[in-house]
Every structure is written in C-alpha cells, then in structure tokens.
Design a protein around this ligand. Structure first.
Ligand code: IMP
Ligand code: MG
Length: 180
C-alpha cells in the first residue's frame, strides 16, 4: 500500500471531498447565470478539477493549461514553463483558475498572466491548498481556498513526489526515507 510510505495523513479523503463540495456551493452561488470557465493546471490540479466540476450544478465549461515548475525537487525552482495553452475562447468569459496548491506563487503568476492575454471578463483563483509561508515570491489574491496547511511538502490527491503518489486519495507527508 502506498499509504504506508506516509509519515502521517494531513487531510483524509472524506475531509477533502466535504470541502470540495462546500467550495462548489460557493462557486454556484457566485456564478449564477454567468456560465463560467474553470481552468485546471496540469498535472497536479486535475484531480481537484475533476471532483470540483462534478460538484458544480450550474452550466459551465472547463479547459486545461500545462505548467511545469518543480522538476523532481521538493522546493520551488521559481522557473515556470507553459507546456499547453487553453483551447476554448476565454474572451468576455468569467474564468476561474483551479490550482492544487499555492506555494511560492510562481506558477499562478505565470498562468494568470497567460490567461489575461485571452481577455476574460473576470479572472479569479481557487486553490485547494494554501501553504503558510513567511516569505512568498508572489502575492496573489485567491478567492477560494480549500485548506491552509503548514509549510511542509505534501503528496496525494494529484500532488506528486517524482511523479509518484498522485493517485493517493488522501493528502499526506512522506516518510523521510522516501525523499532521496
Ligand atoms: P509554486 O509555483 O511554487 O506556487 O508551486 C506550485 C506547484 O508546485 C504546484 O502546482 C505543485 O505542482 C508544486 N508543489 C508545490 N508545493 C508542493 C507540495 O508540497 N507537494 C507537491 N507539489 C508541490
Ligand atoms: Mg509536481
């Protein structure tokens, strides 16, 4: 079992899904009649996007952008590469960017700037996890936050270490021996 690689579970599956449905209710309340577009970020944000979209009961679309920053390390490189642009038109649409985790903010900064080029009517951000950090490279306003977590490296529910553990249903901290 991959969960045996964890030192501890920070967020169990039921708690994550409960929070996802609460965020979905907030989005339904705020985006009535606006047919918003959710934008997920590869690869970590896909699990969150897929649960969130199915909890949102009003008409909406979703699309995907690709952004890569981490490589295989556990601290942000600060260098973000866009690997895939959106495919549907965002012009005059209400756009909600869906991110797995707000860490240094480098990814959100670059993706946000990319989306603004597509002239949306509005652009807001939803992050499942918000890491508590003293010094953050980029301060970006986040409209919906799932959980505030300590400044630790976590895996599961889309988040990886060396491309592993994305399929864990919970979010947890790896045992030290698994970080090489
Ligand atoms: P940022 O650009 O520093 O904000 O980092 C954002 C990206 O880095 C996220 O989309 C994740 O893919 C990855 N990341 C940041 N913190 C963690 C973590 O604790 N575990 C796994 N991936 C992380
Ligand atoms: Mg990663």
């Amino acid at each position: 079992m991959m969960t045996s690689d964890l030192e501890y579970v920070l967020l169990p599956e039921d708690k994550i899904l409960q929070r996802v449905s609460e965020i979905a209710s907030d989005i339904v309340r705020d985006y009535q009649e606006t047919n918003p577009v959710l934008i997920g970020i590869l690869k970590g944000g896909i699990i969150f996007l897929s649960d969130l979209t199915r909890h949102i009961s009003i008409p909406h679309s979703y699309d995907i952008v690709g952004a890569s920053s981490y490589g295989s390390r556990t601290s942000s490189s600060g260098q973000v590469i866009i690997t895939k642009d959106v495919e549907i038109s965002l012009r005059n649409r209400d756009v909600l960017l869906i991110e797995d985790i707000y860490d240094s903010g480098a990814t959100l900064k670059v993706v946000k700037d990319l989306l603004l080029v597509h002239s949306p009517r509005s652009l807001e951000i939803c992050a499942l996890l918000w890491k508590e950090k003293k010094n953050r490279a980029y301060d970006i306003p986040i409209k919906y936050i799932g959980f505030t977590i300590p400044d630790v490296f976590v895996v599961g529910y889309g988040l990886d270490y060396n491309e592993k553990y994305r399929n864990l249903r919970c979010i947890g901290v790896l045992k030290k021996e698994f970080y090489s």
